[in-house]
Design a protein around this ligand. Sequence first.
Ligand code: FAD
Length: 389
Amino acid sequence: MTQSVLIVGAGPVGLALAIGLAKAGIAVTLVERQAEDELAEPAFDGREIALTHATIAALKRLGAWDRIAADAIHPLAEARVYNGASPLALSFAPGRSGTRQLGSLVSNCDIRRALFAAARQLPSIELISGISVARVATCENEARIWLDDGSDRAASLLVAADSRFSAIRGQLGISARMNRLGKSMLVGRVAIERDHGHVATEWFDHGQTLALLPLCEGQASAVVTLADGQAQRLAELDEDATSAELTRRFARRFGDMRMLTPLHLFPLTTTYAHRFVTQRAALAGDAAVGMHPVTAHGFNLGLAGTERLAHLAASACQKGSDLGNLGVLHRYQAGHRAATWPLYATTNVIVGLYTDERRPRRLARRVGLQAARLAPVSHTLTKMLMRGA
Ligand SMILES: Cc1cc2nc3c(=O)[nH]c(=O)nc-3n(C[C@H](O)[C@H](O)[C@H](O)COP(=O)(O)OP(=O)(O)OC[C@H]3O[C@@H](n4cnc5c(N)ncnc54)[C@H](O)[C@@H]3O)c2cc1C
């Protein structure tokens, strides 16, 4: 019996899962509402994704890493976190772990382009693009989807990789924690005057969180998190006014800043699904776990989840069993929850502590920062961030 999987959403996670399954000999139908040319040449969306070593190794196995141009990969040597104007920094550096860098930064559009090109090489992936999945249903024997044009497809398993606002998740009867934070993150490339030294720097400031992600020499990604209304106003400024405003907000730490791309705005909502699986269906990527971007792990965790699911599905096939059976799905759920919940919960605590302006919280973060600077704590946090859980 040929077993097959339906995947809704050809974002980076849907694409990675499709490749992983296809390489294990499983037939995949991947449905994406964006047109094929948008998938082949995705537009720059401002996101520079910090990739861990485990993610880079996984992208190599999928045949995507070598499709990313060398000058589009930026080394990340260290990450430093500051509390307001305090000169005390919490530093995350590889140190004793034996590697030279924390990871690498690559634009989201370059990751998506590379994964799409790798997926297109595999004949067992059927791509249906430029159309949405309108409805899904599962029963004991199969999972079925209906497209906007009324046509349908069936498979042994359905995977929803349709973003943190997943409509398919709701149709499957799976609820999720959803926290709308009332804040938005603005991201865009800037030219800077002072050397970034390949260090990512983050400041939890009063009323704003700022980050500078190092790209090539003289260039960086500026990340500004503000209350929704303020973020909207900043996004509407013209190029010169935006450059001046960023230079002011970053207190000239990197000299004058000059916009190289427009700022892209992302309203912040974190999500965590109450279950990751149900009869003949699973959630992957942001549809399962929508991380706050501050610890830079949404894609890293989503990709690890696709490897887990592809591996379990492949071993079921090798044993001649049904890849969509509940035993397989429950093992995926248990592994993915164990890998994601600690980082999801820790990230939310950090965000709460560092963005709450009330006096007890301000005191708590000063004490917390001092404690986290102690070598064993800092070392544990670095290891957690480097491996992604
Ligand atoms: C500002 C920012 C910075 C980030 N930085 C990092 C970082 O440094 N490191 C990191 O690991 N992660 C980071 N992330 C997180 C990362 O971008 C996401 O985790 C990742 O993009 C999730 O991929 P996905 O494929 O699950 O979902 P998405 O990228 O949201 O893709 C979902 C796809 O599903 C399609 N779709 C939706 N509904 C349907 C439907 N009904 N029918 C057909 N298609 C459908 C959509 O068109 C889309 O293509 C960041 C996120 C943001 C916002």
